[in-house]
Ligand binder design. Structure first.
Ligand SMILES: *[C@@H]1O[C@H](CO)[C@@H](O)[C@H](O)[C@H]1NC(C)=O
Ligand SMILES: *[C@@H]1O[C@H](CO)[C@@H](O)[C@H](O)[C@H]1NC(C)=O
Ligand SMILES: *[C@@H]1O[C@H](CO)[C@@H](O)[C@H](O)[C@H]1NC(C)=O
Ligand SMILES: *[C@@H]1O[C@H](CO)[C@@H](O)[C@H](O)[C@H]1NC(C)=O
Length: 591
């Protein structure tokens, strides 16, 4: 699923020179349309001056005049649906980007679905983990060695026990050994006929047990996809506005339905990232105090769809083996050539980024893992560093973990709201500064101060960077309810800022934390299913592939681990993530 097309590569190489490329086309356009531009500019100026002159009160009237103007524009624009959600409100990507990147990314995450039907599917025709089975290719005399690949074949069945004949089920697979504290993520291939292969590299000697889980049936995934395209506002936001003793609260989102109500436009000027709130009745748009989760739209499912989401029935239920579910792995074969030929090409393409052994993560991506068990090892590693953490609560966890494990790091009291930030911690002896700030909207935090809102790309643009700077980013969990294009646009801005930062300060260390698995129930699934996260995660990997950044693979680190999935993974997993972060930072610093 990683980008590999020549077109993609050509585009990515081109990107740092984007500015010069654009200038060429812009100049051509300018000469062509200069007359029209000039006319519009003069017209706009006259319009603006007229409004300013007639305004009795700058603060109130200008804002509402602009608002009226906006809502008139908005009502003419297409409403959001499927692949055009809010596209008209953001910065338009150039045609090459649309052509090459967006199409490429959307194609790469295309997900097969059930065949179209005239009537809704009945539960008994959908995938049932209890009737489904997987098989290991175990034969008399067959030996498994470290370096081989194991393929488990999964056959899905419906609730009546009939084999499924189309794909699209969301399966997770892992190979593990509880005795050895070992585990690795499997790669699932959809044969689109009701059968799937789960591929595992054999990385340790001893026992290895296969675990296959149905996260959602293909019929349920089709419902999730429908919700993502048709109900992008199923999570909504609100803002408090206040001036003097008067306060009002209104609903906000990336895009609001173009109805009669006036709107405040909080679109970010440097990125063009859209954000809107309904205008308070009395107060002006500049009196916004905070941003918070507004709520979750309920009753999203029809009575036929609801049974597709049942805990212990068809959400994250294990699929059993038809025979043995474990093998014994022998030491690597003596003959190396034989090892290589026994590994299939797919296994190399989708190589795991690491695996657990004795409960510690061993990276296969070139990071020599060290364990930082002592706080002195951590302060030694981070000496003279400024670490900026930007993102959602899953990277705030890293901030909290470091704070808890390193007594020398003292949190500076910024009087920020709990669990929201911004936060800052200092170790003045070792000259370490650690900062955390949440990413810009959408973010489902209880109340972020509006003036503290920053988009990650703008934050990166504000850094001077260099070998003493570590920028850690995590942005995924709050985008699951929107069409993928919204996430693509956000990451595109971040990637450009990363490229600019690495260009002006090449030694800067950039670390990106990927999405992770979480606990799902029928309700959580509709807003935050792992299926949404998986789609975003594949886009994230593609966006930053080939760049000089470290990806901490939270997806595989939570999939391969024995502990239950959790939006905020347990300390044992966070410790491994921090070990990876620090191993990378120190490896880089001592090169
Ligand atoms: C909101 O503001 C941005 C930036 O100024 C602008 O590009 C966009 O068109 C505005 N939105 C509407 C609906 O007027
Ligand atoms: C998007 O929605 C429009 C109108 O609802 C529909 O005509 C179009 O086929 C949809 N496009 C896709 C790609 O689903
Ligand atoms: C499904 O497709 C796979 C891969 O093409 C094939 O090996 C398998 O036999 C097919 N299964 C059925 C039931 O047709
Ligand atoms: C760190 O702690 C783990 C678990 O207690 C232990 O297995 C490992 O050997 C320790 N590593 C170092 C470098 O102290």
């Amino acid at each position: 699923m990683m980008p590999s097309s020549p077109q993609w590569k050509a585009y990515r190489k081109m990107e740092p020179d984007h500015g010069t490329q654009k200038k060429g086309t812009l100049c051509q356009k300018l000469s062509k349309y200069a007359v029209i531009f000039l006319f519009l500019a003069v017209f706009g100026l006259i319009f603006l001056l007229r409004n300013v002159n007639t305004a009795e009160n700058w603060n109130c009237h200008t804002v509402s005049a602009l608002d009226q103007h906006q809502s008139r524009i908005q009502s003419k624009l297409p409403t959001f649906h499927n692949h055009t959600f809010c596209a008209h409100l953001g910065q338009k990507p150039s045609p090459e980007e649309l052509e090459l990147e967006e199409r490429y990314l959307l194609d790469s995450i295309a997900w097969p679905g059930p065949p179209p039907r005239s009537s809704p599917v009945a539960l008994n025709q959908t995938s049932d983990p209890v009737h489904s089975l997987f098989t290991l290719p175990i034969k008399e005399g067959r030996e498994w060695h470290v370096g081989d690949q194991l393929e488990a074949l999964v056959q899905m069945h419906d609730f009546q026990g009939r084999p499924k004949i189309y794909g699209g089920d969301f399966l997770l697979a892992r190979l593990h050994s509880p005795e050895l504290g070992a585990g690795v993520a499997g790669k699932v291939l959809d044969h689109r006929n009701g059968s799937y292969s789960a591929l595992f590299p054999l990385l340790w000697e001893g026992s290895a047990q296969v675990e296959v889980t149905l996260v959602h049936s293909s019929e349920a995934v089709a419902v999730l996809r429908r919700l993502r395209e048709e109900q992008p506002q199923r999570v909504f936001y609100k803002s408090l506005f206040r001036s003097g003793s008067h306060s009002e609260t209104t609903v906000c989102n990336m895009c609001l339905p173009p109805d009669q109500k006036l709107q405040c436009n909080y679109t970010d000027l440097s990125t063009g990232e859209p954000w809107y709130c309904y205008k308070p009745k009395v107060l002006g748009c500049d009196t916004r105090i905070n941003h918070a989760t507004g709520g979750y739209v309920k009753n999203l499912l029809t009575s036929k769809e609801a049974p597709l989401f049942q805990s212990d029935v068809n959400i994250k239920v294990h699929i059993h083996a038809s025979g043995p579910d474990r093998i014994n792995v022998l030491p690597p074969r003596k003959d190396r050539a034989e090892v290589e030929s026994s590994v299939k090409p797919e296994a190399i393409q989708h190589a795991p980024s690491g695996y657990y052994y004795k409960d510690s993560w061993r990276s296969l991506n070139g990071v020599t893992m060290r364990q930082f068990n002592e706080s002195s090892a951590i302060t030694q590693c981070l000496k003279d560093k400024v670490i900026y953490m930007n993102g959602d609560s899953t990277v705030r966890q890293w901030f909290e973990h470091l704070l808890a494990f390193v007594p020398e790091l003292k949190q500076f009291n910024l009087h920020s709201p709990k669990k929201i930030g911004p936060f800052m911690a200092v170790d003045s002896t070792h000259n370490i500064l650690l900062k955390y700030r949440c990413h810009g909207p959408p973010i489902r935090f209880s109340a972020v101060i509006a003036n503290e809102f920053r988009y990650i790309s703008n934050e990166l643009d504000g850094l001077s960077g260099g070998p003493n700077t570590v920028a850690v980013l995590s942005i995924w969990a709050h985008f699951s309810t929107y069409p993928v294009e919204v996430y693509i646009r956000r990451l595109r801005h971040i990637r450009r800022a990363v490229l600019r930062l690495l260009d002006r300060a090449p030694g800067t260390i950039i670390v990106i934390r990927s999405a992770n698995l979480r606990a799902l129930d029928p309700e959580v699934s509709l807003y935050d299913s792992d299926w949404y996260s998986l789609q975003l995660d594949e886009v994230l990997r593609a966006m930053f592939k080939g760049l000089n950044v470290l990806l901490v693979d939270a997806w595989q680190m939570t999939l391969a681990h024995r502990l239950p999935h959790d939006l905020h993974p347990p300390p044992a997993i966070i410790k491994n993530m921090i070990d990876m972060l620090l191993s990378h930072v120190c490896q880089k610093s001592h090169q």
